[in-house]
Design a protein around this ligand. Sequence first.
Ligand SMILES: [Mg+2]
Length: 182
Amino acid sequence: MKLALLDRDGVINVDRPDSVKSKEEFSLLPGVITAIKLLNEASIPVAIVTNQAVVGRGILSPEGLKGIHDYLEDLLKAEGAFLDRIYVCSSADPEDPRRKPNPGLLLDALTDFKVSPEEAIVVGDDLRDLQAAGAIGCSRVLVKTGKGAENLRKGLPSSVLPVHIFDDLYQAVFCLLNEQIC
Ligand SMILES: [Mg+2]
């Protein structure tokens, strides 16, 4: 594993049906800071890849989104952890090549970090995360946080298999680093 690409809502922070629109609505999931710190210490670049159609729909301004991400980076920094990059697709257009389940955002990250798809792992709670990763051959992890448990109950389509399944980001990172399953 040479690059960890993490979905945001439901993986890093508590998802909200009406989207996270302010830092007051942004609440980290347990173990996330530790998980990112483990990746930092292993010298594995870590980036967020997130759909934020809430911006494209005009509900949240780009500055508002930046404020939320600055807040996240401050929370991480306070514990000695950091993100290498945050990739955002603000478009609400399902045809946008960067909007997951389309893989454009992931491809941007692979290009920037100069890693091949099979060297990257994508962690998500939503089928569209797994579909985007599967479309270009990245390894896939589903976490049970966010929409993950519900997706698992409904059954995963064969098109996204194989997929590694973990309770949350911390368990995923711990196992990936210690068992080298990726
Ligand atoms: Mg999500």
